[in-house]
Design a protein around this ligand. Structure first.
Ligand code: NOJ
Length: 560
């Protein structure tokens, strides 16, 4: 593929803008262009055959990740936890869940990964603890008004005997955001009742988390993915919320618990800690109203970067995708930051399946009882491969979710008996939840869990996963795994030296741009083939039709 030349009559194509987004500096930090691979530890690789992924499993696959070409991994929460919310219910921030391994093994992982040139990001969960955390146990065993309760958000209820919750706020997972304890007070939990929200107005909480940051940085972590980064600051004097206000932050930062201005003071405290550790970074998971709100999180003394969920939410449409890329580059650039690009994670339907559905179908809702005949899996995979080349050609850094390099689809037909996500129960079985994107990785085509471990897997893998196994794609020309490997290596060679991007006009169904090195990325969102500029084809998501790019495909060309 890499030596193919294309010649066409589109030699000089229109240049719309020539945007030099940011200056290249010799000291450009790694995270401005790195590729970070998300490891959902429970489902990545099972090193001890108990059906659950673990630290040993990650260590056994580090060479695979090095060969794939990633710069860093982000590991979802690995702390001691009852796993009521997949580990986002932390019982101890300074240890490893025995189901996943030991602190000693984690130390081994940090050093082995470093030897292979892979950085490790840890998941920080500051909005809530598990109800198993010592602090919450102390709080519920102490009287109202005690310092132990001050670590969380306890309030008396409404009504003559306090029998109604303090506000009508809903939890993200469904049901009330308040639960009552035996002495009559209520505590806030924006997620599951086993995830009580911490009181960030309490200086002891702030000191504790600064120390937790140091704990992991001292062990070798390169930084943090920060959970629910737009929460923390809360106004409990707030009146009830209207139906449409519940889950949305506001443009003014006036929502009682999402994206309030006070959160920035906390972020600055963390940034000061990270600045003591050269080359470390933190990335925010902040679902806020728009880029105007998001860019505040990216100011030079706050987060290094934030997930760009806008990109993930775009329909398969050239105009929408291009507008999103433009806005992201401008907004992040205006505060000296750079966007991230992400297509999938452990909370959303895998993009190979999202792109397999008609545009007007909401994939999350479809999981529950949607018409399966709407699914066009070949189209989904084809678009997913093209989207990967788009994402990996953009300036900024990319987040890959484990299994996307295999083209893995959502395990959309998991039997309800195996569902583990609290969303399923809390929504009274009206939302199927996120298990379908968390099914263990198929490493080989046979075996009780397709090479995930030596025995079964904590969530069943659909039989079709055997076809996507890493071993079935390894060294196979044209496989999705080889496409990702090629793209990641070519990216290092051609696309990370600068942050320049110039848009090209190749038609309304096409997103096309030239990077500073002269590599042109062309993505055809339409049905009709598109004529390509002259040059050497570096990588393509689909066979070209001579010098034309078929629909639902992408290519990188080194201009001649
Ligand atoms: C966001 C995480 O990505 C999600 O998995 C989790 O359920 C919530 N935060 C609560 O921690």
């Amino acid at each position: 593929m890499s030596s193919v030349k294309v010649r066409s009559n589109v030699g000089a194509f229109a240049l719309i803008t020539d945007t030099c987004l940011m200056h290249t500096t010799p000291s450009r930090p790694w995270w401005r262009h790195g590729v970070i691979y998300q490891v959902y530890i429970r489902s990545f690789a099972d090193g001890n055959g108990d059906g659950t992924g673990d630290v040993a499993g990650i260590r056994s696959r580090l060479r695979y990740l090095r060969d794939l070409g990633v710069d860093a991994i982000w590991i979802n929460p690995w702390y001691p936890s009852p796993l009521n919310d997949g580990g986002y219910d932390v019982a101890d921030y300074r240890n490893i869940n025995p189901e996943f391994g030991t602190l000693e093994e984690a130390n081994g992982l940090f050093s082995e990964a470093a030897e292979l040139g892979i950085r490790v990001l840890v998941d920080l969960v500051p909005n809530h603890t598990s109800s198993d955390h010592r602090w919450f146990q102390e709080a519920t065993h102490s009287p109202p008004g005690s310092p132990e309760r001050e670590r969380y958000l306890f309030l008396p209820g409404k009504g003559p005997s306090g029998e109604h919750p303090p506000t009508n706020w809903d939890s993200v997972f469904g049901g009330s955001a308040w639960t009552r304890v035996p002495d009559g007070e209520w505590y806030l939990h924006l997620f599951d009742p086993t995830q009580p929200d911490l009181n960030w107005a309490n200086p002891a909480i702030r000191a504790e988390f600064r120390d937790v940051l140091r704990f992991w940085l001292d062990r070798g972590a390169s930084g943090f993915r920060v959970d629910v980064a737009h929460s923390l600051d809360k106004d409990l004097t707030w009146p009830d919320l209207g139906d449409d206000e519940e889950s949305h932050s506001t443009l003014e930062g006036t929502h009682p618990h999402w994206d309030r201005t006070g959160v920035h003071e906390i972020i600055r405290e963390w940034r000061a800690v990270l600045d003591e550790y050269p080359d470390s970074m933190m990335v925010a998971e902040a679902w806020v109203a728009n880029w105007d709100r998001l860019q505040a999180y990216l100011r030079p003394d706050e987060y290094h970067q934030s997930f760009n969920f806008d990109f993930l939410e775009q329909p398969w449409d050239a105009e929408a995708m291009r507008a999103c890329v433009e806005e992201s580059l401008e907004a992040a650039g205006s505060v000296g930051s750079i966007p991230t690009w992400v297509l999938s994670n452990h909370d959303v339907v895998r993009h190979a399946t999202r792109y397999a559905l008609p545009q007007d179908v909401n994939a999350k809702e479809w999981l529950l009882d949607g018409d399966r005949s709407l699914l066009d899996e070949a189209q989904g995979l084809r678009r997913a491969r093209a989207a990967a080349l788009l994402m990996l050609a953009l300036p900024g850094n990319a987040y890959l979710y484990q299994g996307e390099e295999l083209g893995l689809p959502e395990a959309y037909d998991l039997p309800v008996e195996v569902l583990d996500d609290p969303v399923w129960a809390r929504s009274a079985h009206t939302r199927k939840g996120r298990d379908g994107c968390r099914v263990p990785i198929p490493w080989s085509t046979t075996g009780p869990s397709l090479g995930f471990g030596t025995d079964g897997a904590w969530l069943p893998q659909p039989p079709v996963y055997a076809e996507y196994a890493a071993s079935a794609q390894d060294d196979v020309a044209g496989s999705t795994l080889e496409l990702y490997r090629a793209a990641l290596h070519l990216r290092k060679e051609h696309l990370v030296a600068d942050e320049q991007l110039a848009w090209l006009d190749l038609g309304e169904d096409v997103v096309a741009f030239r990077r500073g090195s002269g590599v042109v990325c062309v993505v055809n969102f339409g049905d009709d083939p598109v004529a390509l500029p002259d040059g050497e084809v570096l990588v393509a998501s689909h066979d070209l039709y001579g010098a034309r790019l078929p629909g639902d495909s992408a290519v990188w060309i080194l201009e001649s």
